[in-house]
Design a binder for this molecule. Structure first.
Ligand code: DX5
Ligand code: ZN
Length: 218
């Protein structure tokens, strides 16, 4: 079963509740946190996640594009995130492991994210300890509306193989340039959670756009 996770980055930030209500058929909601350091853009932080938690029961999948994310795990967990994912490039491996420890302590699901430059084998030590999600970026993180990098498909396939070997049950999520044309490629390569921003909120009927992605991914 494929999950569709609309990215609120492409929603209207002055009308987040209204836009969430426009995708009642979404499986998860994807929340992009950017600090202006790890990526060149600044988006939202802990108070907005807290406000989102108060207006929806949907699973909040929070993608942390921030340096040294260990500092903020407790705060995002307490704000109501259901899953947090940290970039492997955002700190040294011991600090990434500590960030994952903090997720466990807080009872939130734990994920790691790879920039396009990072190779598939980097996930193995983290899969061995247990993960709920691996997110493979198919654009350079920072902005919505970029073109899907098809050269990431072999990486998705390799990570799907590692998941089956080391941690079956871990989700494999893909983020960046997902639309009804690229979704089937990502699913064929092993993804089971599809993030989409502009292909959902950039459309006149976001709920129909979610269904179009679901149909394309089947
Ligand atoms: C980009 C974000 C994505 C973004 C995807 O750094 O991580 O979640 O919203 O946007 P689209 O689907 O438009 O490529
Ligand atoms: Zn994202």
């Amino acid at each position: 079963m494929i999950k569709i996770a609309p990215s609120l980055l492409s929603a209207d930030f002055a009308n987040l509740q209204r836009d969430i209500e426009r995708v009642p058929n979404a499986d998860w909601l994807h929340v992009d946190v950017m600090d202006g350091m790890f990526v060149p853009n600044i988006t939202i932080g802990v108070p907005v996640v807290k406000s989102l938690r108060a207006c929806t029961d949907k699973f909040l999948d929070v993608h942390l594009m921030i340096e040294k994310p260990e500092r903020y795990i407790d705060a995002f967990a307490k704000a109501g995130a259901d899953l947090l994912s940290v970039h492997l490039e955002a700190d040294l491996p011991p600090a990434i492991h500590r960030a994952l420890d903090r997720m466990e302590e807080n009872g939130v699901k734990k994920g790691i994210v790879l920039r396009p430059i990072t190779g598939a084998e980097a996930v193995i030590p983290y899969l061995e300890r247990g993960l709920d999600l691996i997110l493979v970026m198919t654009v350079e993180p920072g902005f919505g509306g970029q073109a899907f990098m098809a050269d990431m498909l072999p990486k998705l396939e390799a990570i799907r193989g590692y998941i089956e070997r080391y941690c079956p049950g871990c989700h494999l999520e893909v983020d960046g340039g997902i639309d009804p044309a690229t979704a089937p490629l990502a699913v064929k390569a092993g993804a089971n959670v599809l993030v989409a921003g502009s292909a959902v909120f950039g459309k006149p009927d976001p709920a129909a756009a979610v269904e179009a992605l679901r149909a394309a991914g089947m």
